[in-house]
Design a protein around this ligand. Structure first.
Ligand SMILES: C[S@@+](CC[C@H](N)C(=O)[O-])C[C@H]1O[C@@H](n2cnc3c(N)ncnc32)[C@H](O)[C@@H]1O
Length: 350
């Protein structure tokens, strides 16, 4: 176990909106895929008591340690796992933690990671160009910056940072590498593209590098699909994102999973046989109030989307011949061994 150096804690964003859309209830089972310093998790446990259970996951071992301290009053009913949420299904199978009433993803970085962890997430401090959520992972931001061909760098900056000066920045990096620290990179970018307005010109490049180092968009797409399979009937999926690339993935996923046929409009007869697995809770995205933004400026770009699990006859795991499954799921009696066995069989066969 690592010893957390984090001394501060992260203010949870859209907290009351999260509890409401997750529909937290006493005795419920919840998964927080992005535990951080357990701000959301602690409130979930307070509202899920008595009898509530929580599985908390974070890729950052120091976050797990900080969260363990915060959740000490719930040691018996909280399980904390240091892993990447891309492994959500296998974590849940290993710990027999499904189906669940709600799953939360509060994406991105915690305040402690930005301010305290010396892994180069911010260019406010001079730190090594690292940017890994989990220090056990192999590739760092310095590896990408110092070894990628110019074209790949430009693509990363354009695709993950929507940086219009991507080519110029990539060329400048290739001409001046190796670069080892955040300030070296930030100054180089400022020199290459100049400074206009309040936002530092390195902001988009840093976001892009972090997304590339941690495979953030691929992992998000994967975890959303896994999460739907873990929710019990009427279980809730709540996602808070902080930039347009993440929000687009969440929005498109929830819209697609809420629809029946997803064939292209020109297809005369449905051939996809897609059936909805979600119902959107909030048609309009939920954003922080002006009061929350003034108290916690880091919340300003947050967007919350939520959906509820539904089960239809064509559902991937609710096969029509299995009436027991639907009956049990609808009765809310989710811990029955027969149901768990059914879901496990479907996971393993997938
Ligand atoms: C915004 S913070 C969460 C803050 C938390 N909700 C709270 O109230 O304290 C995001 C957390 O998600 C973690 N994280 C990001 N991507 C992850 C991934 N793919 N797998 C596991 N944890 C991840 C980060 O390490 C960070 O601690």
């Amino acid at each position: 176990m690592s010893n957390s150096r984090y001394t501060s804690s992260h203010t949870p964003v859209l907290l009351s909106e999260t509890l409401k859309t997750l529909a937290v209830q006493p005795g419920g089972r919840y998964i927080d895929c992005t535990l951080g310093s357990a701000g959301h998790a602690l409130s979930i446990m307070e509202h899920a008591s008595p009898g509530g259970q929580l599985l908390g996951i974070d890729a950052d071992p120091e976050a797990i340690d900080a969260a363990r301290k915060k959740l000490k009053d719930y040691q018996e009913t909280v399980l904390l796992v240091n892993d990447n949420f891309v492994n959500l299904q296998s974590i849940c199978i290993k710990h027999d933690f499904f189906p669940v009433h709600g799953i939360l993803l509060d994406l991105g970085l915690s305040s402690m990671q930005l301010e305290e962890n010396r892994r180069g997430f911010s260019f406010q401090h001079d730190e090594p160009l690292d940017m890994r959520f989990n220090p056990a992972q192999k590739i760092t931001a310095a590896d990408i910056v110092n070894t990628s061909p110019e074209e790949r760098l430009a693509n990363i900056f354009y695709t993950y940072g929507e940086e219009i000066h991507s080519r110029r920045i990539a060329r400048e990096i290739v001409n001046h590498r190796p670069l080892e620290t955040t300030l070296q990179l930030a100054k180089l970018i400022e020199h290459a593209v100049g400074r206009r307005g309040k936002i530092h010109p390195a902001t988009k490049t840093f976001q892009a590098l972090r997304i590339a180092v941690n495979h953030e968009l691929e992992n998000l797409e994967s975890v959303l699909k896994q999460a739907v399979e873990l929710l019990g009937y009427e279980g809730r999926l709540v996602v808070i994102s902080y930039h347009s690339l993440e929000d687009r993935i969440v929005k498109q996923f929830m819209q697609k999973e809420s629809r029946g046929c997803i064939c292209p409009p020109e297809t005369p007869v449905c051939i996809c046989q897609h059936s909805p697995s979600l119902r959107m809770i909030n048609k309009k995205v939920i954003i922080p109030s002006a009061a929350e933004i003034s108290q916690n400026p880091r919340s300003r770009s947050a967007k919350l989307r939520a959906a509820e699990r539904i089960i239809t006859p064509g559902d991937s795991y609710a096969t029509t011949e299995d009436h027991t499954f639907l009956t049990l799921a609808k009765s809310g009696n989710w811990r029955k061994p027969a149901l768990l066995e059914k879901i496990r069989t479907v996971f393993l066969a997938a």
